[in-house]
Design a protein around this ligand. Structure first.
Ligand code: NAP
Ligand code: MG
Length: 498
């Protein structure tokens, strides 16, 4: 997407028209309670618009519509080629409305327009097209059988699948869940995060335009403790896909156990390490990647590499480079494309991040860059990218997910110690490793307990690679790749006498 100026985005964003209703059974409707909530611009503190606030009655209504659609086969039994065409059309419509969606996302979430235009929105469109393209390419199988029976292993859609979404990559996470859920023939009920519903509500309109049949896709804005919980406790819903905090993820597992043992697929928190081995020659490249790894999306990123674990022999020179690279990351108005860092999602979250900074200081950490709230006069939630030196693995900021722009720098002496520090966490989502030695790279990549390991770069892989976490970062869930299409299906064995 072509990048425009701050003036252009500021003016155009004033003209945006927002979708503020729920999508239930193919209709845009107000919630049954008539209640509304206000969504706020994190960069100004100003209200943007009012959105309908759904109730548990709306969850039941959406499930009934989704169930009817699933049972009559209007989507679940549609020919794979036709389903594919509709989802590809949806991807194309997202691209056509790309600039509008990017500005909407920036207003609602505080994420930089640079990232939304260059990353989130094009990736969202591509994600729908990619999973759609897989629909008629995945194959079922026949097994050897015993010579007297035909033995087939087939996959079938689960039924009605719920998705509960986070606020940090709002429309992109909607796509990571919805594209494979729908591609696999399921009906869906989606709850966007309350703080960032606008782009997912726009997606509802585009899905209708693309031709997704009524009832197949239902989108319910509102509060997690109400709708999310009603989805978790629903007696019929076959599965629930979730991205968010480990705390809420665990609650959803309980809900499953207390209701109908629905499949629960969880993507949760992270406290990801970035290890710099002493053999790295191109420290400038490693520093550039390490800065991107921690500060991208203001650190409001489940794969944020918030622990930098550097060999003690190169720590001082490397840290100097990291500080220099960090200076290139401008913080400010997220509608200004020169800013790579925007506003944190809400005031209370900013205060949490500032509390972590204070705790780190109190525990003996040494600030070598940043550390403060800035641009308070804008009314926005801006915090400087912040770097702490002198952190030990037992300190709070080395252990807890901060979900803000705060880097904890630690040192090690041996490979064994580096791996011990890296793996000494309840999480296991992603890890980055820098080394010039091939054998070290292979050995350490295998030893790191994380769902994704990137070597000599910071990365989450791409749409072709499964994304999910070990330990308390995940629960039987992989977004992206053909694994995602498969995980929204049940396996069935058909054993037929000849
Ligand atoms: P969160 O508080 O867990 O919220 C996530 C979603 O769950 C929101 O839609 C929220 O609704 C809903 N929710 C809240 N309470 C609920 C309940 N009792 N029952 C059912 N649903 C409920 O997390 P967040 O603060 O939005 O996101 C930050 C977290 O997400 C971080 O821990 C981060 O690491 C994680 N994350 C993980 C990944 C990954 O792929 N592993 C990706 C991105 C983020 P409301 O909006 O109404 O509260
Ligand atoms: Mg908002």
């Amino acid at each position: 997407m072509e990048l425009k100026t701050r003036e252009y985005y500021t003016e155009q964003s004033r003209k945006l028209k927002f979708s503020t209703k729920a999508l239930i059974d193919g209709k845009l409707v107000e919630s049954s309670s008539g209640e509304k909530f206000v969504t706020v611009n994190p960069a100004t503190g100003e209200p943007i618009t009012e959105i309908t606030s759904c109730s548990s009655d709306d969850v039941y209504a959406a499930e009934k519509a989704a169930r009817k659609a699933f049972n009559d086969g209007r989507w679940s039994k549609m020919s794979p080629a036709s389903r594919k065409d509709i989802l590809i059309k949806l991807g194309n419509l997202i691209d056509e409305h790309g600039e509008e969606l990017a500005m909407m996302e920036t207003l609602d979430s505080g994420k930089p327009i640079y990232d939304n235009t260059q990353g989130d929105i094009p990736d969202t469109a591509m994600t729908f097209r990619w999973h759609a393209e897989a629909i008629d390419k995945l194959e079922d199988s026949m097994t050897a059988g015993d010579g007297e029976h035909v033995s087939m292993v087939v996959r079938e859609p689960l039924g009605v699948v719920g998705a509960i979404l986070p606020w940090n990559f709002p429309i992109q996470m909607a796509a990571w869940k919805l594209a494979p859920i729908l591609a696999s023939g399921n009906s869906a009920i989606v709850k966007p995060a309350k703080l960032t519903s606008l782009t997912t509500l726009k997606l509802a309109e585009l899905a209708m335009e693309a031709g997704i049949p009524d009832g197949v896709l239902n989108i319910l804005p509102g509060s997690g403790s109400v709708i999310g919980n009603a989805m978790g406790m629903h007696p019929e819903l076959e599965a629930l896909a979730f991205t968010g905090s480990t705390e809420v993820g665990k609650q959803l597992l309980e809900c499953s156990g207390r209701s109908n043992a629905k499949r629960v697929l969880l993507e949760m928190g992270g406290k990801n390490p970035c290890i710099i081995m002493p053999d790295v020659k191109d420290l400038d490249h490693a520093a550039e990647e390490a800065v991107n790894a921690v500060f991208w999306n203001m650190g409001e990123n489940c794969t944020s590499n918030s622990r930098l674990i550097v060999h003690e022999s190169i720590k001082d020179v490397f840290l100097e480079k990291v500080i220099e690279k960090t200076k290139e990351w401008k913080t400010g108005d997220p509608l200004d494309p020169v800013n790579h860092l925007g506003a944190l999602i809400e005031k209370s979250h900013m205060e949490t991040v500032l509390r972590y900074i204070k705790t780190a200081k109190d525990e003996g950490g040494k600030i070598v860059y940043g550390g403060n709230r800035i641009l308070a006069e804008t009314g926005g939630n801006f915090v400087e990218p912040t770097i702490f030196d002198g952190i030990t693995p037992d300190m709070t900021i080395a252990r807890e997910e901060i979900f803000g722009p705060v880097l904890a720098v630690m040192t090690f002496k041996t490979e064994e110690e580096a791996l011990h520090i890296a793996n000494d966490t309840q999480y296991g989502l992603q890890a980055s490793l820098f080394t010039d030695d091939l054998a070290t790279a292979h050995r350490m990549a295998r030893a790191l307990r994380a769902g994704t390991v990137s070597v000599n770069c910071y990365a989450e892989g791409d749409i072709s690679t499964p994304f999910g976490g070990f330990k308390q970062s995940g629960f039987f869930s992989r977004d992206n790749s053909l694994w995602a299409n498969r995980q929204y299906t049940e396996l069935k064995s058909i054993w037929m006498q000849m």
